[in-house]
Design a binder for this molecule. Structure first.
Ligand code: DQA
Length: 144
């Protein structure tokens, strides 16, 4: 089972950006936490991050027939990007959407998620653990 974990815009700034919202741990910490947990679950993961919407679309397109699942936190593109939604629809790979913060209890402009229209599940407000829950969910689903 191969899972692609995509982090979008500004998630490379974890640990620096708004630590009261996103925590003090860095993007590197996140990747090593994901890799450790994936190993335990016997899942192979690749983690990628980009600030560019087009690059994220490229990652999704290239995942076609290469990955069994996608975990995606598009960052602010969650609330704006029809292009990312269309790319996910195009490849048809099972997707879980993750947000570190509890987006539902935040500003009005964060209340729309285009990715949610394709994602099978959305996990929010659980910090880094949300990514692990997403991986476990996809792993369980594929092994059914
Ligand atoms: C986020 C929530 C988004 O609204 C925000 O723009 C982010 C991070 C989260 O992980 O909580 O960049 O996706």
């Amino acid at each position: 089972m191969k899972i692609l974990v995509i982090n979008g815009v500004n998630l490379n700034m974890l640990g620096i950006r708004e630590p009261d919202v996103y925590g003090k741990n860095t993007y590197r910490d996140l990747v090593s936490y994901i890799k450790k947990s994936a190993k335990k679950a016997s899942v192979s993961v690749k983690c990628v991050q980009s600030n560019s919407e087009g690059k994220i679309v490229d990652y999704i397109q290239k995942a076609y027939r290469q990955f069994d699942g996608i975990v995606i936190n598009p960052g602010a593109y969650t609330h704006t990007s029809v292009a990312i939604l269309d790319a996910l629809k195009a490849v048809g790979i099972k997707t879980v959407e993750v947000h570190i913060s509890d987006v539902k209890s935040r500003e009005d402009f964060r209340q729309i998620s285009y990715v949610s229209k394709f994602a099978e599940k959305t996990i929010m407000g659980k910090g880094f653990d949300g990514y692990i829950e997403a991986i476990e969910y996809l792993a369980k689903d594929v092994n059914k």
